[in-house]
Design a protein around this ligand. Structure first.
Ligand SMILES: Nc1ncnc2c1ncn2[C@@H]1O[C@H](COP(=O)(O)OP(=O)(O)OP(=O)(O)O)[C@@H](O)[C@H]1O
Ligand SMILES: [Mg+2]
Length: 389
């Protein structure tokens, strides 16, 4: 190799080193060379500008990181440098630094060991990218997230409060409903007791007195000292008395049918139908023999519903046929009172708080039965009670 050739390679090498240095100086990435005792040997222009350092040479040979870096940042950088020195591994970290004007900057730093030919770590290269903007955006995002979380917290609290007052409202409503039912039950019980007492009075008191009166009339007749006219008046009085006795018995039975308690619904309803007459309607009853016995309250409720529905049909429907049916279907007992009369507007009547209809509904619901009234408003009405066993 001649001298000229040698010079040309040297100048190429020179210019290549110069180009590399220029790249380094013009790069937006800050490159630092730290010696093995962690003193700064070199810092590229990006870092000098970023930290607002005027004369970087004043820092050369001085400990890195600089004194104006925050404590935690210094600590983590020294730990990183020590790790690289000890293990020879490339290490990365995020760190913050205050520039000389006190503005906080953030960097992503990569610490790379620089080794000699004999594989000894001579220096550590610290390459830092400015991530201040990203960090600021993250901070803004964090603030926004906290605001959103606070809003969500408020809504959740509001939601909880709403839920709580809803629960309280439902409880208050349930308590009011339970109280209303309790009152209604006592009222109905009271009515039934009163009816029973009244039925007994009628039967045992008035009934017995009327029977005694009939007995006396018969006695007078047997004395035989009456003229024809007197005898006829007495006969008429006797038959009027008989009618009164029968009517009293009927009323007494309807008030509180003893047969209901003793023999159950089927017989009691049969008796009711037998003792009810209507000039315009044929009343029929069918009771299934397999209908089981229920509690007194339930049987009385079903009996009263049938009684009210039958009376309504007789009074208002103008039906040719009224049919009462009590049957057992699977695990249900169904009572229905159907007539083929003029029908009614169910919605209107039920919302009118018609006492007969609403009483029937209340009574059914109190014993846990479903109650419905169905009508086409022109040709039929069906009152139906379904009781699950
Ligand atoms: N089977 C029916 N056919 C036609 N209309 C009916 C029938 N049942 C009830 N209605 C109509 O519905 C209305 C309400 O009946 P509901 O039994 O509630 O009251 P009411 O019989 O008039 O009075 P209460 O029963 O309180 O003595 C009746 O006035 C009548 O107009
Ligand atoms: Mg009625």
């Amino acid at each position: 190799m001649d001298v000229a050739e040698n010079e040309s390679i040297e100048s190429k090498l020179m210019s290549s080193e110069q180009r590399s240095r220029e790249w380094l100086e013009n790069s937006p990435v800050c490159t630092k060379i730290i010696d093995i005792d962690f003193n700064l040997q070199y810092m590229s222009r990006a870092g000098i500008a970023g930290l607002k350092i005027e004369d970087v040479t004043a820092y050369y040979g001085k400990p890195y990181p600089f004194h104006f870096f925050p404590e935690w940042s210094k600590k983590s950088m020294i730990e990183g440098l020590e790790k690289v020195k000890k293990t020879g591994q490339v290490t990365t970290m995020e760190m913050s630094a205050l520039d000389l004007e006190g503005k906080e900057l953030w960097f992503y730093a990569t610490l790379t060991p620089m080794k000699s030919e004999d594989d000894q770590i001579e220096n550590i290269m610290v390459v830092s990218t400015d991530i201040t903007k990203r960090k600021e955006a993250e901070k803004r995002l964090e603030v926004k997230n906290q605001e959103i979380a606070a809003q969500i917290g408020k809504y959740e609290k509001l939601n909880d409060e709403l839920h709580q007052s809803n629960v309280e409202l439902i409880r208050a409503k349930e308590e009011a409903e339970a109280e209303r039912r309790q009152k209604l039950t006592s009222l109905i019980d009271g009515q039934e007791i009163e009816r029973g007492r009244f039925a007994k009075e009628l039967h045992d008191g008035l009934g017995q007195m009327l029977t005694a009166a009939v007995h006396n009339i018969r006695k007078i007749k047997h004395l035989g000292q009456l003229n024809d006219e007197q005898s006829q008046v007495l006969d008429e009085t006797l038959s009027i008395n008989q009618l009164i006795i029968e009517e009293t018995r009927r009323i007494s039975k309807n008030l509180m049918p003893a047969v209901l308690e003793d023999f159950g619904l089927v017989l009691a309803l049969q008796n009711m139908v037998n003792s009810t007459s209507s000039s315009s309607s044929t009343i029929r009853f069918h009771g299934c023999k397999q209908v089981p016995r229920f509690s007194k309250e339930t049987e009385v409720a079903l009996y009263r519903i049938a009684q009210e529905a039958l009376n309504n049909a007789i009074k208002y429907s103008n039906a040719a046929d009224i049919y009462i049916d009590l049957k057992n279907e699977q695990d249900k007992v169904i009572l229905s009172i159907v007539d083929n009369g003029k029908g009614l507007d169910v919605m209107e009547q039920m919302t009118n708080e018609a006492t007969g209809l609403t009483n029937m509904k209340e009574r059914a619901e109190l014993v846990g039965a479903d109650f419905t009234v169905e009508s086409d408003g022109s040709s039929y009405t069906e009152v139906k009670v379904v009781l699950s066993q």
